[in-house]
Design a protein around this ligand. Sequence first.
Ligand SMILES: C[S@@+](CC[C@H](N)C(=O)[O-])C[C@H]1O[C@@H](n2cnc3c(N)ncnc32)[C@H](O)[C@@H]1O
Length: 244
Amino acid sequence: MKNSNSADFDLDDKVFARMAESYDRLCDFFSLYTHRIWKNKLAKSIANTPGNNFLDIAAGTGDIALRVALRLKKNNDITFKKNIILGDICDQMLDIARRKADEKDIECNFCIIDAHNLKSIPSASIDVVSISFAMKICDRAQVLSAVHRVLKPGGKFFCLEASRIPYPWLQSLYLLYMGLCIPMIANRVTKGDRSAYNYLLKGINDFPDKSEFVKEIGTCGFKDVTATPLSLGIVALHVGIKDG
Ligand SMILES: C[S@@+](CC[C@H](N)C(=O)[O-])C[C@H]1O[C@@H](n2cnc3c(N)ncnc32)[C@H](O)[C@@H]1O
C-alpha cells in the first residue's frame, strides 16, 4: 500500500495550528459550502449507528463529532452523547472545537492523539470510528491498523475523503478550478501561508479512487466495505465493518 504521507508540506511546521482560526472559512470557500452537505450525511449515518462509544479522529474543529452530538441531543439520546471523543494532534484545532461545543452546550471528550497509533485508546473499546478529510495526509495503512485495533468486533469505520471524479472531463475541470482558486483564496485567508494550500491541493491529486480504497480497507481487516460517491464523486464516503 502506498504511503500517503509523502506530503509536499511538513506536518511538523504546525500548518494546522496556523490554519485553525481560518479552517472553517476555508472549507466553506473551497467547497462552495458543499462540505456541509457531505458532513451532514456522514453525521446522520454515524448517529444512526448503534453503540455507545464514538471516536472521531483527526477531528479538527469538530465538524463531524459536533454534528453527531447535535443530532443525538435533538433525539434526546444522552447515552451516546456521553461517549463522543474528538481526537486530533493539533490543540489549536481542538480549541475551536471546544469553543463550538461550549456554544452549543454539547459535552464531548477531547484528546490529543495521533491517528497513526491511537495509543491511549484501549483495544476493542469503540463502536464507531470516523475520519473526515484527513486520511489523505496520513499513512493510510497505519491509520487503518490503529482503527481496526480500537474498534470492537463488528464496529463500524467511516471515512469521508476527496475522491477521483469518474468523468475525466469533469475531473480536469474540477482540478483546474481548484488549481486556480485554492492558491488565490488560501493566499488571502491564510495571509500567504504556502504550506496551507500545498496541503489542500495535495489531497485532491493524490488519493486513490474509491474502488482502490475499498480494496485497501478490505485488506486491513474490514468486511462489507462500501463507497458512496457524493456530489458526482468529488468526495466519497467509505464504510467498513471490523471483521471478527
Ligand atoms: C483537513 S483537517 C480535517 C478536520 C475535520 N475532520 C473536518 O472534516 O473538517 C485535518 C485534521 O487532521 C489533523 N491531523 C493531521 N495529522 C494527524 C494525525 N497524524 N493524527 C491526528 N490528527 C491529525 C490536523 O491537525 C487537522 O485538524
